[in-house]
Ligand binder design. Structure first.
Ligand SMILES: Nc1nc2c(ncn2[C@@H]2O[C@H](COP(=O)(O)OP(=O)(O)OP(=O)(O)O)[C@@H](O)[C@H]2O)c(=O)[nH]1
Ligand SMILES: [Mg+2]
Length: 239
């Protein structure tokens, strides 16, 4: 079961217009500092925030109560003039939790009952070598093609994909993550000629799952760098 909280800036569109046309730099600074605070406040409670198109945040909040959300909402209100709404959903798959729709907090909170979250961390194998003869813009184009394929593929599996920067992607998935990852690695190889490494982590909270997913990915690198044949997928679980 995944508990997902979606944060949206209230009336952001009209507010941006109130700044006039010389606003882009202000919006970029605001979005970056808001993201920093939101990530800090939620990660202190073992959740993890995924940036969605810079003006919206998807937070995997397994284990967090309504009081935790209210505490964060109050803290954000101290630091920002803009208000954020929080919609909390709880479902078997991340996508179903994403469909559910309210201090500006709406939805359902599961809080402390048994919870499990699986995160996939994908990373492109040896992107550094591609940089030798490919320009930064061409690399970005390839990364965004990959992102597009990944979101499309994983939405069909009711899983949510986020671009984390560089050549890193994370997918909030379910117990079939390994099977999905295998299929997607083959698809990326065939259609985009990209080799991916994949770490999978399952934990009680998002931070724990992400830590284990990244540890799995680093384990693949260690195996590779020791000269042995590396697995494409490595999985760790706290259960
Ligand atoms: N979000 C995120 N970004 C990372 C992480 N590790 C590396 N990066 C980013 O990914 C870029 C590429 O780094 P690597 O993936 O280590 O480089 P590589 O040449 O592809 O090497 P291998 O992945 O080991 O094959 C870096 O410049 C960072 O921007 C991570 O754990 N999380
Ligand atoms: Mg890489």
């Amino acid at each position: 079961m995944v508990q997902l909280t979606i944060l949206k800036i209230t009336k952001y569109g009209p507010w941006t217009l109130s700044l006039g046309s010389d606003r882009e730099h202000q919006l970029q600074m605001l979005q970056a500092s808001l993201y920093k605070d939101v990530q800090k406040l939620f990660s202190e409670k073992n959740s993890l925030v995924f940036l969605n198109r810079a003006d919206e945040f998807f937070v995997i909040t397994n284990g967090l109560t309504l009081d935790d959300h209210i505490e964060i909402q109050k803290e954000l209100a101290k630091n920002f003039d803009l208000k954020l709404s929080m919609s909390i959903g709880f479902a078997e798959t991340p996508f179903d939790a994403n469909l559910s729709k309210e201090h500006n907090i709406y939805g359902f909170v599961n809080g402390k009952s048994e919870q499990k979250v699986t995160i996939i961390h994908f990373d492109v194998e040896n992107l550094t070598s591609k940089r030798q003869n490919t320009s930064p813009c061409e690399i970005s184009s390839m990364i965004f093609k990959l992102y597009s394929k990944m979101t499309e593929f994983f939405l069909k599996k009711n899983s949510l994909t986020f671009f984390m920067g560089g050549d890193n992607f994370m997918v909030v998935s379910d117990e079939f993550a390994n099977k999905y990852a295998k299929e997607f690695i083959a698809l990326a190889k065939k259609e985009l000629e990209v080799t991916l490494n994949c770490g999978i982590g399952t934990g009680k909270t998002a931070r724990e799952a992400v830590k284990l997913a990244t540890k799995s990915l680093d384990t693949i690198r260690q195996i590779r760098d020791s000269g042995k044949e590396k697995p494409e997928i490595y999985e760790l679980s706290c259960f």
